[in-house]
Design a protein around this ligand. Sequence first.
Ligand SMILES: *Cc1c(COP(=O)(O)O)cnc(C)c1O
Length: 455
Amino acid sequence: MLQQRKITLDEKEIPTHWYNIVADMKNKPLPPLHPATHQPIGPEALAPLFPMALIEQEVSTEKWIEIPDEVRNFYSIWRPTPMFRALGLEKALGTQSKIYYKYEGVSPAGSHKPNTAIPQAYYNYKEGVKKICTETGAGQWGSALSFACKLFGIDCEVFMVKVSYEGKPYRKVMMNTWGARVHASPSDLTNAGRSILAKDPKSPGSLGIAISEAVEVAATHDDTKYSLGSVLNHVLMHQTVIGLEAKKQMEKAGDYPDIVIAPFGGGSNFAGITFPFLQDKLVDGKKVRAIAVEPTSCPKLTRGEFRYDFGDTVGMTPLIPMYTLGHNFIPSPIHAGGLRYHGAGAIISQLLKDGIVEADAINQIECFEAGMLFSRTEGVIPAPEANHAIAEVVRQTKQADKEGVSKTILFNLCGHGNFDLSAYEQFLSGKLIDFEVSQEDINKSLAELDTPAIA
Ligand SMILES: *Cc1c(COP(=O)(O)O)cnc(C)c1O
């Protein structure tokens, strides 16, 4: 008999509400602070950058927030996404444990990012916004937002980190195909960009610099807003459609995970798959573990400090309470571009501090080895970011086998790697190298912070 591999849901089972974990947190996330006065900011301080509906979600403590029909309607282009039992991977590992994965690479942009791009474009459209500005690293967020803006007839302008703009042309073509304008960052279009170029005309750019540029354009134009693809509370909440569907699918499979694993950049796909399970932990005391996996080259969760820091490089955003390596930290050029961000979000940082979630850091060669094994046993070529989750799955199954126990493990396959084949080419030709950050570099970057510490 055919063993069940694929667990699907009906279109009617697309979630009707997003889950807001803040409602169930005993220690609420600390408030953001004004960048100059260091006083807590109110929702009105964010009004130049975001539409009111998203600001309300950002500060909401309501447990369930209804997903508008127009958003569910566009979600149905690719949602519900499939879940798979990784029978091939289990066999190759010779493990007693069961491995499941939720596959978010079926979206038009190839990752989980449209889950938040669509509602963000929708709320901007509802409030009459004409243009949205954003930044993108390797191009995954920029392409998701370009796609979403086109659906609602909004102009989209993207500041793309220069090394990626030059090295990853296909993501740029995707954005152009969906009608967005794309600039290499740092650019000479903003004060932020010009100030960086004055210091270093050859600057390769960074996510933090590109954020500064996009925020500046939004803050200085009345009809333009800004949009962020990770880190913020409302972004994490939009992604909970992943975990809400996954819970139903696990139920259909007659199972429940002991461990839920996802890669960690700013926390959105990790939040998306884990928060609905953490609800069971926070409310009913279930013993589910949630593990966030970061690269050793950008280890904010495992080696960063919990303190207030800026979301960008120039220091224009509010101060966010987060595990951070410092906003001037420039990570090594690993291939998992989506994981090269200096900080984590306020919610995840609080959950980590309270021991509700765990973190691990893994080198990129171990990640690509796991990604290769996955491609050859399950088919999909994973995004380099997703390889971090797979490498952790391998670690966890080995640990369980050593202890002689069987675990049920669920991980998020947050995107496919079809645009990242140059990274696979490097791996296959033995040219991929590991980067470990020295404690000296971390100390140096943190010492540059003059933002308030957290008691
Ligand atoms: C953007 C991205 C990430 C990292 O961002 P999170 O907000 O931490 O999810 C990871 N994987 C993929 C495929 C991405 O596009």
